[in-house]
Design a protein around this ligand. Structure first.
Ligand SMILES: O=C([O-])CC(=O)C(=O)O
Ligand SMILES: [Mg+2]
Length: 550
């Protein structure tokens, strides 16, 4: 049995014993005579499949990762499409909801508001101080579409980092999951005796700003080679902290930028299937939180690079928030998205100037008015794309683009099978969480998964290898274009908008190369020796750097 990274804790102190990467076999007699390590992954797979529910499988895999890291990642690499939904979306949502019941052992750092003033010393308790390269940091305030989960958000950081390893070959010892505990407004958790976080409401914005300033200054000092990925902060904080730190530190926000890039990539490929150039689409966003606004910004930026003026690009986008269509006539109240846009001091604002009537609140009515070619769901409102909504999309378009992107799967705006039925099989579909493929009228139909998991591993890997000082918009855009053009001919033939997940390493490598090139162009790279490499040489180097389980 291979045992690596087994932490032991004594007297409540942060003391960890870390075994070397390729551990020596145990002394003779401790393993049965016919034990063969190479076969053990198959045994583990059978054990995994014997578990009845996704959450039991998630717990089994989490324990396997702890007991036998190499076998865990071997299983992941060999069975990406089966295992990704168990260690990541959608099952990670349940792992978060149940974190305080299911907690078994430490796997990352918890830093609470009570640590303010000494955050640096807590960070330095991480045992692999010199090795950490990528940290996924959440404050648990908006986990997937599940709301404020406080410290129960930790599994999202752990799950994303498992994908960095499985999907991009980042070394397991280079990953650092962090959950910040700034309180929670989830009363159910505050009342739960097992809840593992501070029993207090979330702190004020002012206090949080001070905490975040200290946290970012300390983490980049303690780990000078670290890239920080912000994850699942509530919308206002997601935008505020991206704006506050992006020019000072190597940091990106996965929900704004990762989701923006993955949807841009999907739209480019969907537009090719629909045979309408991407910049000519009319895109309706249902949901104006960090993801909705992030995607809208990413698309506008892309359209402007493709010949449209900012005004023209803005004209392609309609936003719907909780109060309906966002338009100038609603100026009396500040539209939800506007706060986000202002925080990034980003033009344009998406408020429509051309609509002057009464507020439009009904989605069907809005579709009849806008006649969108693409409908994006980022609302976390389950089943918001009803049969009449999908039928209206199918009435106005030969190939309607319908992307219900909310996570986890039970919050999806619509399901794959029903979308095919209501659109007579014409919909081009991608969802945030996975749906199984199906056969519709005798034809194999494979849904896309428009999830940022196609972006962040490659964006992060490229950023780490290039040792960037910041993550620029051009790097994010390069990741989207890299993903978009990674489809094979066969995948295009099957009308896929995203590549098959089992090719994730190849795709992440490709994305990483594009990201490194963009970083070089922007002058934010510090690995200047990579500049003179040809694309082939750089691709080879990126793949050589990838970690593989032994
Ligand atoms: O985690 C995922 O599957 C995608 C994501 O970032 C989110 O929904 O917040
Ligand atoms: Mg997220």
């Amino acid at each position: 049995m291979t045992i690596v990274l087994t932490p032991y804790w004594s007297n409540g102190q942060q003391k960890i014993k870390v075994e070397p990467q390729a551990p020596a076999p145990p002394p003779a007699g401790l393993l049965p005579p016919a034990y063969i390590h190479a076969v053990h992954a198959e045994r583990s797979l059978l054990q995994l499949r014997s578990k009845a529910t996704p959450i039991e499988k998630n717990i089994f895999l989490s324990q396997l990762k702890d007991a036998d890291l190499n076998t865990f990642y071997k299983l992941c690499l060999a069975n990406m499409s089966e295992i990704t939904p168990l260690i990541y979306t959608p099952t990670v949502g349940d792992a978060c909801l149940q974190f305080s019941q299911n907690f078994r052992r430490p796997e990352g750092l918890f830093i609470s508001i009570k640590d303010k003033g000494k955050i640096g010393s807590i960070l330095r308790n991480w045992p692999r101080l010199n090795e950490a390269r990528i940290s996924v940091v959440t404050d648990g305030s908006r986990i997937l579409g599940l709301g404020d989960l406080g410290v129960n958000g930790m599994p999202i950081s752990i799950g994303k980092l498992s994908l960095y390893v499985a999907g991009a070959g980042v070394r397991p010892t280079s990953t650092l999951p962090i959950c910040l505990d700034l309180g929670t407004n989830n009363q159910k958790f505050l009342d739960d005796p097992l809840y593992l976080g501070l029993r207090q409401k979330r702190v004020s914005d002012e206090e949080m700003d001070e905490f975040m300033d200290e946290f970012m200054a300390e983490i980049t000092t303690a780990f000078p080679k670290l890239l920080v990925q912000f994850e699942d902060f509530s919308t206002d904080h997601a935008f505020a902290y991206l704006a506050r730190f992006r020019d000072r530190y190597p940091v990106f926000n996965d929900d704004i930028q990762g989701t923006g890039a993955v949807v841009l990539s999907g739209l480019i490929n969907a537009a090719a299937i629909a045979n309408i150039p991407a910049r000519n689409h009319r895109i309706l966003f249902f949901g104006a939180g960090s993801a909705g606004v992030g995607v809208a910004m990413q698309l506008i930026s892309y359209f402007t690079l493709n010949g449209l003026s900012v005004e023209e690009a803005r004209d392609r986008v309609w936003l719907v928030d909780s109060k309906g269509l966002v338009y100038d006539g609603r100026a009396a109240e500040v539209a939800e998205h506007k706060k986000c846009v202002e925080m990034l001091t980003m033009e344009p604002d998406f408020s429509r100037r051309d609509y002057t009537g009464a507020p439009l609140t009904d989605l069907l009515e809005i579709i009849e008015y806008v006649k969108p070619t693409a409908l994006m769901g980022l609302s976390t409102i389950k089943s918001a794309f009803t049969e009449p909504v999908i039928r209206a999309m199918a009435k106005h378009n030969v190939r309607p683009i319908i992307f219900p992107l909310s996570n986890p799967v039970r919050l999806s705006e619509c399901e794959f099978q029903e979308t095919l039925e209501w659109s007579e099989g014409r919909a081009i579909f991608a969802s945030g969480s996975p749906f199984p493929e199906t056969t519709f009228e005798g034809r194999r139909r494979i849904p896309g998964q428009g999830n940022n998991m196609y972006i962040f591993p490659g964006l992060g890997l490229g950023s780490i290898i290039a040792r960037v000082t910041s993550v620029t918009d051009s790097m994010v855009e390069a990741s989207a274009l890299g993903l978009a053009n990674s489809l094979t001919e066969e995948e295009r033939g099957l009308e896929l908008v995203y590549p098959a997940i089992h090719r994730i390493r190849e795709i992440s490598g490709h994305v990483a190369v594009r990201v490194i090139r963009a970083a070089q162009k922007a002058g934010v790279d510090q690995s200047s020796e990579l500049r003179s490499l040809s694309d082939e040489e750089l691709t080879e180097l990126v793949h050589k750097k990838m970690w593989y389980p032994c």
